[in-house]
Every structure is written in C-alpha cells, then in structure tokens.
Write a new protein. Structure first.
Length: 475
C-alpha cells in the first residue's frame, strides 16, 4: 500500500524507485513547512495537476519534479544557514547568470534562490494555495486595494512566517520593477534587521528604438555595475567568483535558451498544436531564475519534452483539434494554469510567451571576452531589458516567426510599468504585423480577483473572434 498522498504525488512528479523513497520523508517535511496538508497534496495529485498540466508527457512530470526538488531545498535553507552556508537571494527581473555563477564558484558553501517565485509557482501553480501568504502580507502593510505584486507579498510573508531565513545578502534589482527593491527595504525595516539589501540599478534613458546591446557605453556601464555587485556580494559571503564561472553561467543560459527555442518552434509549427502554453511558460522559467539544485533536472525535463512533442507530432496528436487557432501571449500564467486550459476547452491553444521566448540575437555568442561585458550584453539583448522601441522590433520578429492567429496581452494589472507598456506594444505590433491583439485584465501570479467565472465570458469572446477570423481566412 502506498505511503498516503505524498508518495502518490511524488510519482506524479516523475520520481520513481529508490529516489522516490529517498525523497519521500524530505517532501513530507517540506510540505509541512510550506503549510500543505495531506488533503492539499491529494487534491493536487488527483484533481488540480492532472486537470491543468499535461502529465501524459514524461518531460512535464520531470519538470514538476525539478520544481519540487527546488521547493524541498528552499525549506532546508534555515538548516543550511545554521550549518554556515551563505544565503543569497534575488528577485525578478534579474540577470540569472550572476546567481548561477556565484553558485558554481561557491558550491555547497552558498545557497542561491529567488524564493518568492518558487513559492508562488509551486503553491499556486501546483496546489492553488498561495492566498494565505498574500493575506499575511496585506495584514502587515501591503494593502490589498493597492494591487501590489504577489511575489513581493509572498517574500514578505515567507520571512514573517519563518518559511525562509534572512539571507546574508539579497541582491535586488531596479531594472524594471521599482517595487521589488522597496519591498526588500520594507522587510529589512519592519520584519528583520538582518535582511541585508544590495541594490543594482540601470536607468532607462536610451532613445526609442535604440538597440541597447549595440551601445557599448551602456554595456560598459552595466558591466561595471555588475562587477561592483559581485564585489559587494563576495565581501558579504566570503566566496570569490571566478571569471570562468561567469562565462560558463552565460553559456548555460544560452544553451538552455537554444533548446527552448527548438521546442517553441516545434510547437508553433505543428498542426494540431502538440503542447500548451502553461507548459511552455514554466519550461521558460529557468531563463529568468536560478536553481540551487542545478540546471541538470530542468534541462533533462526540457530535452525529454522535446522528444515527447516530436512523438506527438508524428502521431498527429494535439491539445486542440487540427486546424484550431493559436494565440501567442505576453505571458502565459503557470501559477494560474486554468486560464490556458479554458482557452483550450474553447478550441484555442495558447502557445509561446513573449518574455520566455528568446530572440535570435539573444542566442548569438557575445562579441566580448570580458565576462562582465558578455553578461551585460546578454542581458541587454532581452527585449524587456531594452527600450520599448526595440521590444516592438523583437516582438514583431517573434510574431512573424511563429505566426500565431492572434496575441493575448494582459495579466499585469498589478504592475504600473508593464500594464501601460503592453498597450502601447500591442498597438504598434498589430499595426506592423496585422496580427490582432487582445487585452485581458488579470493577474499573472494569483487569481483571487479573476476567478474562472469572472474571466469565462472574456475568454469565450476572444475565442469566438479568433476562430471566426481563422475561418474567414480559409474560405
């Protein structure tokens, strides 16, 4: 007889044999620390995950397993710190390669994480249970009515509830999100005097349409900012980061991105569509955050999913019927996976996420030998790290390459920057590509205000328009 719901859950997450037995007591303890009951785990295993994630595919089960490994590791961070391991946190958006370089140099002497995104992804994406974290933060200053980011709320609550320890340093960024650094200052002032904050910023002061990654002065400025950040982190944690670690981390990022691009191309060129947007989105997460447990598990999940999708294409299987339209998205929400499923139920597949889809430029090797310059150039090749004019150019490249029947924007009503930014982007890209854009008010991270009932009419309307447009083109 199986050891209750926890063993059943780990099997769903791709664990088997001796590894499953070794992980079982660790997962039971981690679930307790995360506030998950046996009933919560059983609900995830038997209802939520099979309904909203494509667990027929081995690669997707492995992907869930990779996130569960990281979640287990996160709950051990307090033990690590007690044993003398240095703790380094970061937040979105940030240059992921910096953290992986520090991990590569420090090994088991350092723990790296973006704890809030792992908690939200695991708790809401797999268990639909992050609300208690959000409500705790709202009761202590992050007012509900102000629509603050769920990641920032979760980071506050994770510290207040003693789920995570204070870091030796949190290297936080002010590149796009201005609330992130202020949240860490809030935690430092209100929750823990030992929450040591290091902030790196880059002003948004390039001309509209300028390619930031071609501006050597800007690259050099960011490179020196990064180098200063590394120096500060090294002093705080006592670990020297080698240039080779930085170069290797940038290369790892590029390798993963190339494989992700291969999968996106397979999915978007096949009819019927063989994989959904939720899975494509979560497979893109390693492009944006570090894994303390390493990239081997997520890379294996990605490679396995590529083979799974090739097999589906050969068999003519899909998530929607052949000839169904597809929508590209600004972001497909993995923490709210029912959105993608509701589109599928209405005969439309959500596919690639703009933020998780690399451009050709991003995958090109750097022209710099200096590791800081190479890392800075790579970051500035990301359209979201550049000015809006270049993001429009890069978005047009993706829309023209993957040929969706429409683009779904939205999910950022909590974000002062991207909420308005997307609407300008939508108008410009639609004008240049003639691909219709739709905007849907919602929240990428949580769904208290945007339930299935609340969004059903909007989703059904979009699906009807997209299907009608496609039918008219084929007549």
């Amino acid at each position: 007889m199986k050891n209750d719901a926890h063993e059943e859950f780990l099997e769903l997450a791709g664990f088997e044999g001796r590894e499953l037995q070794d992980m079982l007591p660790q997962w039971i303890e981690a679930a307790k620390n995360l506030g998950l009951s046996r009933e919560d785990v059983q609900f995830a295993t038997r209802e939520w995950i099979p309904t909203y994630f494509d667990t027929e595919l081995k690669g997707i089960r492995k992907l869930i397993g990779a996130f569960i490994r990281e979640a287990i590791d996160l709950t051990k961070a307090k033990e690590y710190k007690a044993d003398g391991v240095k703790i380094l946190y970061g937040i979105l958006p940030a240059i992921t390669s910096n953290y992986m370089a520090i991990k590569a140099s420090g090994g088991d002497r350092v723990y790296v994480s973006f704890p809030d995104i792992f908690l939200v992804t695991v708790l809401n994406g797999f268990f639909h249970k992050v609300n208690s974290y959000l409500e705790t933060a709202e009761a202590h200053g992050m007012t509900y009515g102000c629509r603050h980011c769920a990641l920032n709320k979760t980071r506050i609550s994770a510290k207040m509830l003693d789920v995570i320890p204070s870091p030796d340093v949190i290297w936080t960024w002010g590149y796009v999100c201005d609330e992130g650094p202020k949240t860490d200052e809030f935690i430092n002032c209100m929750c823990a005097s030992d929450w040591d904050v290091l902030i790196t910023r880059l002003p948004h002061d390039t001309h509209f349409g300028e390619r930031d990654f071609e501006n050597e002065r800007r690259i050099r400025y960011l490179a020196r900012q990064m180098e200063d950040g590394y120096q500060s982190v090294q002093k705080k944690i006592g670990i020297e980061v080698t240039p080779k670690s930085i170069t290797d981390a940038v290369g790892l990022f590029r390798t993963y991105g190339a494989k992700l691009a291969e999968l996106i191309s397979l999915v978007c060129s096949a009819d019927p569509q063989p994989l959904g947007g939720t899975e494509l989105s979560i497979l893109g997460y390693p492009m944006a955050m570090p894994f303390n447990t390493g990239f081997d598990y997520v890379l294996d999940a990605l490679e396995t999913t590529i083979e799974d999708v090739k097999q589906r294409i050969a068999q003519g299987k899909g998530i929607v019927p052949k000839g169904s339209p597809s929508l590209g998205c600004y972001f497909v929400s993995s923490p709210v996976p029912w959105i993608s499923k509701m589109f599928q139920t209405n005969g439309v597949g959500l596919s690639f996420s703009l933020n998780m889809t690399p451009t050709k430029k991003l995958l090109e090797p750097s022209r710099y030998d200096d590791p800081y310059m190479a890392a800075a150039e790579t970051w500035l090749k990301r359209p979201q790290s550049s000015n809006l004019g270049y993001e429009i150019e890069a978005t047009c490249e993706k829309v023209n390459a993957y040929k969706p029947d429409g683009m779904l924007m939205g999910s950022y009503d909590f974000d002062r920057w991207l909420g308005a930014h997307q609407k300008v982007l939508s108008m410009a890209v639609e004008e240049k590509t003639h691909v219709p854009h739709f905007y849907m008010e919602s929240d990428f991270w949580e769904d208290r205000d945007y339930s299935q009932e609340a969004l059903r009419t909007r989703i059904e309307s979009i699906c009807q328009i997209v299907k009608m447009n496609k039918m008219m083109k084929t007549v």
